[in-house]
Ligand binder design. Structure first.
Ligand code: NAD
Length: 411
């Protein structure tokens, strides 16, 4: 299945419950603008590499478009389209004044030098600078990009348009970034876990957690969950998965990863298993926080966790989601579960525009406020309309985008 078909299926399930007309569906689904640009760069060895940069701007009816920039070998236009649409529903679910966008380049940052990544990033911005900006489309980090890349984006954009730090978010705190942005998505996943388990009447201390992915989202989620008394028993990254049935010492694993180029390779305080085995562990909570499409009809039957929180975008394909719905497995969907990052990106943009920096406490408090309100709205809709949490989140997001589109006027 292609990512775009997955997003479309989830959209349709909610649209059916809302009796949305075919014309309205098409209007909400077709992207406003899709850009592909040639990126020709000289590599460190003197050879010329020609890459393709993608930016899909899906919808701007609720505000400037917002979405991450992904550097990963599997990036293609189909995936970027799907992720851009997810951003539209996500910003609407947490009710921040943005639309949705996404970008990416099919490169493997682990195989490139920092200087090469910088040149690729700057050439990409040369190609798209006139269609992005603080009131148009604001990039942010995603898989394979970080605050350093965002600093290069800001610098390159400003060469054309002058001082304007609000043109990109996820910047280093020393360079117009917001304290708490880096931890925000993982922290948000943790905040939702606390709320969801409280609603389900289960205690964190009785909850064993398996987390796939130990990058930005996975590592911060693991830290927050461990601090909130959950028992993290398995973590993983591209090097494999690490399982300790008693519990993983998360701060120790984090320190190990930091000392080993953000990799758990060689971590010996747990048994090494595969990433596939991690997904199928006997745990109470599973958090896929790495790639999309890791849970499909092929492995859904073997997944034992009664609760899944989608830290990654699109980790559960609709065929698996259907099996989970039939069997009563609770899935907290990506468009709510990982919205902490874009929420703090919004706070960063607000601070940049006001030239006033908040402290970490204020960022955390506001994040908690926004996520708690969205969780309650999705939960209420799920209970009242007797739909899954995913369909409830889509209904909330689609309803808000649809109303803004109509209020703004189409003709
Ligand atoms: P990251 O690059 O910081 O980390 C990715 C992690 O996944 C790393 O630990 C990597 O080793 C691991 N990984 C890569 N390939 C793997 C594989 N085949 N099997 C197992 N693990 C693998 O990326 P991130 O920012 O943490 O993003 C992770 C997911 O969360 C993505 O789907 C992204 O779209 C989503 N997301 C991120 C943010 C954010 O603010 N960073 C916000 C919303 C959603």
């Amino acid at each position: 299945m292609r990512s775009i078909d997955s997003t479309r299926l989830y959209f349709d399930r909610a649209a059916d419950r809302m009796d949305l007309s075919e014309n309205m569906r098409r209007l909400l689904l077709v992207a406003k603008r899709e850009i592909t640009v040639q990126i020709a760069v000289e590599m460190d060895n003197g050879e010329i590499a020609t890459l393709i940069g993608y930016r899909v701007q899906h919808d701007d009816s609720r505000g400037p478009m917002k979405g991450g920039l992904r550097y990963h070998p599997e990036v293609d236009l189909d995936e970027v389209r799907s992720l851009a649409a997810l951003m539209t529903w996500k910003t609407a679910v947490v009710n921040i004044p943005y639309g949705g966008a996404k970008g990416g380049i099919a490169i493997d940052p682990a195989k490139l030098t920092n200087r090469e990544i910088e040149r690729i990033t700057r050439r990409f911005i040369d190609g798209i600078h006139d269609v992005i900006g603080p009131d148009i489309d604001i990039p942010a980090p995603d898989m394979g990009t970080n605050s350093e890349v965002m600093a290069w984006i800001m610098n390159q954009y400003q060469k054309y348009h002058g001082f304007n730090p609000a043109c990109v978010t996820g910047k280093p705190v020393e360079l117009y970034g917001a304290p708490g942005r880096e931890e925000a998505t993982g922290r948000g996943v943790g905040i939702f876990a606390v709320k969801l388990f409280s609603r389900l009447g289960r205690r964190p201390s009785d909850t064993r957690v398996a987390l796939q992915g130990f990058g930005n989202v996975g590592s911060h989620a693991a830290k927050f969950l461990a601090e909130s008394d959950f028992r993290v028993v398995a973590v993983s990254d591209v090097s494999g998965a690490y399982y300790n049935p008693k519990s993983i010492n998360v701060s120790h694993a984090l320190q190990y990863a930091r000392e080993h180029h953000f990799s758990l390779l060689g971590y010996t305080e747990a048994d090494q298993i595969t990433n596939e085995q991690l997904l199928e562990l006997d745990v109470e909570l599973l958090i896929p926080a790495a790639l999309g499409g890791v849970i499909t009809a092929e492995n859904a039957d073997r997944i034992k966790a009664p609760v899944i929180i989608e830290g990654a975008n699109n980790p559960v394909w609709p065929d698996a989601d259907h099996i989970f719905e039939q069997r009563g497995t609770v899935v907290l969907p990506d468009i709510l579960a990982n919205a902490g990052g874009v929420t703090v990106s919004y706070f960063e943009w607000v601070q940049n525009r006001q030239h006033y920096q908040w402290d970490l406490n204020r960022v955390r408090q506001e994040l908690d406020r926004v996520l708690s309100a969205s969780f309650e709205q999705v939960w209420t809709l799920h209970a009242e309309r007797k739909v899954s949490l995913r369909t409830a989140a889509y209904m909330l997001g689609i309803g808000r985008v649809g109303r803004a589109t109509i209020l703004g006027g189409i003709t």
